[in-house]
Design a protein. Structure first.
Length: 335
């Protein structure tokens, strides 16, 4: 029987602007991540990926507000917990977060070991500095970072080294779930490979039980995750295995994402590049029907008037469209 590390049911969170307007950046999202598995989340900028990542930690700062739904980590429901309790007993131990622009997340005036000491002070205040150093030294060496990094300042490290250092600090307490928000962005190809290799090693060696990897580059997830979830305008529009999502995307938006990127994978090299027309909807006043309707090449009159629910097909694959799988495939076949 599978062991679910993270389960999210109908999670909804919103931003409240200074004018009192509600922006539902995460709209009734449900997902599961099992022990030893990784889930990729893809979508263009502004689709709600990073807001979902922040929401999953159950730690909200205005203008982000929790509206509804449940978040359960390793059987423990963290929904509605006191923020101080979340910070002390959940963040870092149950769930850890690698933010976007992680290379810039480190105070340049402090040595790396000082960041790790801060982590232990919050979660294990009885640990001595020597004990913390010995743990950090062993852990860094295990994940391929030399021990001397601990005594360096962030400005002394390369971009790739800083990124891997931030990852190591984030997971040093062996969290149940790791959320990596575009951890390979702004890196050269060699550094990207090293970061991905490090994340795989953390999973394989049990330092992290499960992982969510966020990126706007859907093809990248094929080499990193087991399953892929595609977001658009705050909603999930498709969830499939990594192979299905990359080589056989079903939802028109997923298909558009794949068609807009040059992919070196065998079987996709000759795919003609296409652009997704239009822009995402304004979430201050989202459409009554399908949120992708105005940009969709296969739109029907019903798409713009009725809300569209996720439908499940063979193999547990889901997508959000009024057209059946057969109708979509026929539409793609006919261009």
């Amino acid at each position: 029987m599978s062991n679910v590390m993270l389960e999210v049911k109908d999670l909804t969170t919103k931003y409240i602007t200074r004018f009192g307007e509600d922006i539902y950046a995460v709209d009734h999202v449900s997902l599961k991540v099992e022990d030893g598995k990784s889930l990729g989340i893809a979508g263009e900028s502004g689709c709600g990926k990073s807001t979902l990542a922040l929401s999953l930690m159950g730690y909200y700062f205005p203008p982000l507000h929790y509206t509804g739904g449940e978040i359960t980590i390793d059987g423990r429901n963290i929904t509605g917990m006191n923020p101080d309790d979340v910070r002390k007993s959940v963040l870092g131990t149950e769930i850890a977060y690698i933010p976007q622009s992680a290379m810039n997340a480190l105070n340049p005036t402090r040595k790396i070991i000082h960041f790790i000491e801060d982590v232990f002070e919050a979660h294990n205040p009885l640990a001595t500095k020597k004990e913390i150093y010995d743990i950090a030294k062993g852990f860094f060496e295990t994940v391929g970072l030399p021990a001397e990094v601990l005594q360096k300042y962030p400005v002394e490290l390369s971009g790739g080294m800083k990124q891997r250092t931030v990852i190591a600090i984030s997971v040093i307490l062996s969290p149940t779930v790791l959320i990596a928000d575009e951890p390979s962005s702004a890196l050269d190809v060699t550094s990207q490979k090293m970061v991905i290799k490090m994340l795989r090693s953390l999973m394989n060696n049990g330092y992290v039980k499960s992982m969510i990897f966020i990126t706007h580059e859907l093809p990248l997830l094929y080499n990193v995750t087991d399953d892929i979830m595609v977001m658009y305008a705050g909603q999930i529009v498709e969830k499939a295995s990594a192979k299905e999502a990359v080589f056989d995307p079903l939802h028109p938006y997923s298909r558009g994402l794949m068609g807009s990127i040059i992919v070196p994978e065998e079987g996709l090299r000759d795919v003609r590049l296409t652009a997704i027309p239009g822009v995402p909807p304004n979430l201050k006043n989202p459409p009554a029907g399908c949120r992708f309707a105005e940009r969709c090449l296969y739109v029907r009159p019903l798409c713009t008037t009725h809300p569209v629910r996720l439908r499940e097909i063979a193999g547990g694959r889901t997508y959000r469209c009024i057209l059946s799988e057969e109708e979509l495939r026929e539409a793609y076949k006919n261009g």
